[in-house]
Design a protein around this ligand. Structure first.
Ligand SMILES: Cc1cc2nc3c(=O)[nH]c(=O)nc-3n(C[C@H](O)[C@H](O)[C@H](O)COP(=O)(O)OP(=O)(O)OC[C@H]3O[C@@H](n4cnc5c(N)ncnc54)[C@H](O)[C@@H]3O)c2cc1C
Length: 396
């Protein structure tokens, strides 16, 4: 019976332990935290966006983009769904492709994975931080490094896996926070803290348009958050790692064009000339944002519409639709959902996740230089790579 040690009881370690145990391996699953699957528990705001109905290498970023292809194809959504059904976990696929447990509770995912592992004889050893990989390699037939990334240190995020990889001569692609909030340079964002709009963000790298996203934009004391910001954060973070100048341009009213918005204000001037510009803006945007826009443009809040002209309305429209902010940094690994960079995948067998530098050593999940988009793709990689390693180990 093959003896397997798995370091890390997160998504990839858990599935790897179950599939190894199903294939008659004797598995010890080590976890530094008191409880397993901490990131799963908080994922998707406690609902766990467990995977996506469709994924390919296009949904991932790595120095070696084709690396993920084989594992993702061999453990595609249909296979994952079948696996979940086999352990009693029922999935709910939404129209946009995001998949959640039908219970809508992440804790059902952890409970079912844990129960399955225990029932198959997996020895789950919590409160145990592995620091010496070499001694594990001596004791076991195979060792799987499923330690995740530095993202979310309060949930167990750390760089231990990268250190283990270095022991065996692996190179590390520099890591950076991803799916993370952005901190803005000195600007009036803090005056708008706590307000949210459904807007559009354009990412500018060295003054060139790089990408854009739409959805929630939330102003905070430090900068900006929200789904639209998370969606451009990977590119912003990687660009800052390379010392590029990063700005964002916010469109707070995407339903309006410049022309439509300035005409709207001008029409109000004709119909309700005595009204204040602040009230006219507040009809479109949260109060704090409306006030800040007027402050930035040096227009008094109480100015009556009749005392402004088309030139003023165009300036206001431009501020609403084209507001540029300088990005100072990301909000850091601690607040990030995932990390880019990691163990260089050129040095890993894409079929089995085995190290090309050290036989019987495997790497799965986020410790590798693989990071996915938002929408269940990061778990999808965790499941697929954990499954690939388990099949690799048990079929050896
Ligand atoms: C707030 C938040 C929300 C998220 N939401 C989603 C989502 O909805 N959908 C999605 O697809 N992804 C989401 N993610 C990302 C997802 O959680 C990760 O991509 C995934 O958990 C990575 O799996 P993993 O197995 O590689 O690592 P992890 O799940 O991070 O597991 C690694 C485990 O290894 C343990 N460990 C580390 N070092 C050692 C050591 N030396 N000894 C013993 N144990 C060790 C850690 O404590 C940890 O439990 C979210 C992440 C966060 C932080």
């Amino acid at each position: 019976m093959k003896k397997v040690a798995i370091i890390g009881a997160g998504a990839s370690g858990l599935i790897c332990s179950i599939v190894c145990a199903k294939n008659s391996c004797k598995v010890d699953l080590y976890e530094q935290n008191q409880n397993i699957g901490k990131k799963i528990l908080v994922s998707g705001n406690g609902r766990c966006n467990i995977t996506n109905t469709s994924f390919s290498e296009d949904d991932y970023f790595s120095q070696n983009n084709s690396f993920v292809k084989d594992a993702l194809e061999r453990f595609n959504y249909q296979k994952f769904e079948k696996f979940c059904a086999s352990i009693g976990l029922v999935l709910d696929a939404k129209e946009d492709g995001k998949v959640y447990p039908l219970s809508n509770e992440a804790k059902s995912v952890v409970a079912i994975f844990k129960d399955t592992a225990l029932n198959l004889g997996v020895n789950i050893i919590t409160d145990t931080k592995i620091s010496d990989i070499k001694s594990l390699m001596d004791k076991y037939d195979a060792v799987v490094v499923a330690t995740g990334s530095e993202a979310a240190s309060h949930l167990g995020g750390c760089a231990d896996g990268l250190e283990f990889a270095k022991v065996y001569g692996h190179s590390i692609i520099p890591t950076y926070p991803s799916l993370v909030q952005l901190e803005l340079s000195n600007s009036p964002h803090n005056k708008m803290s706590g307000t949210k709009v459904d807007g559009e963000v354009t990412l500018m790298i060295n003054n060139q348009k790089s990408s854009s996203a739409s959805g929630d934009i939330l102003f905070t004391a430090y900068g900006v958050s929200g789904f639209a910001i998370l969606d451009i954060s990977r590119e912003a973070s990687e660009a800052m790692l390379n010392y590029s100048v990063v700005d964002i341009i916010l469109n707070l009213l995407p339903k309006y064009s410049h022309q439509k918005l300035s005409n709207h204000l001008n029409n109000l001037n004709k119909s309700i000339p005595e009204s204040s510009i602040l009230n006219a803006l507040h009809a479109l945007l949260p109060l704090k944002i409306s006030k800040t826009i007027l402050d930035v443009l040096n227009i008094s809040h109480e100015t009556k519409l009749q005392n402004l002209n088309m030139k003023d309305y165009k300036r206001i429209a431009n501020q609403c639709l084209n507001w540029k902010f300088e990005v100072a940094s990301t909000h850091g690994f601690r607040h990030a959902e995932v990390a880019g960079g990691g163990v260089n995948t050129d040095e890993i067998d894409a079929k089995t996740m085995e190290s090309k530098k050290q036989k019987s050593l495997y790497f799965t999940g986020e410790v590798l230089d693989v990071v996915g988009r938002r929408g269940g793709y990061n778990f999808a990689w965790g499941w697929a790579s954990g499954y690939a390693a388990a099949i690799g180990i048990s079929s050896k």
